[in-house]
Design a protein around this ligand. Structure first.
Ligand code: SF4
Length: 90
């Protein structure tokens, strides 16, 4: 993957487009959330990730830019680098 360790996250328009796609996926998934266990595991992985922006609490990957505390809740979402556990178990 060519987008590891980005210096900055995506620009505003790209973030808005990425969020729009995430919302479409979430709605198509019936608005389902992951369990608390999976949610906390996802957040812990993000906290140790070089792509995590602690000031904005967001992912700096170009295909993301979302606030991870929201994105990590949605079953339809995944880490762009494949670091998160599956939605079924942590
Ligand atoms: S979603 Fe993935 S790439 Fe983004 S901050 Fe979390 S672990 Fe890192």
């Amino acid at each position: 993957m060519t987008e590891n360790h980005p210096e900055q996250g995506p620009g505003l328009l790209k973030k808005a487009a990425n969020l729009g796609k995430a919302v479409v996926r979430h709605v198509a998934d019936g608005g389902k959330h992951v369990s608390d266990e999976v949610y906390l595991a996802r957040l812990a992985i993000c906290a140790d990730c070089p792509s995590f922006d602690p000031e904005r609490t967001s992912c700096k990957q170009k295909t993301c830019g979302c606030r991870v505390k929201n994105k990590a809740r949605w079953r339809s979402e995944n880490c762009p680098l494949g670091k998160w556990p599956s939605p079924e178990g942590a």
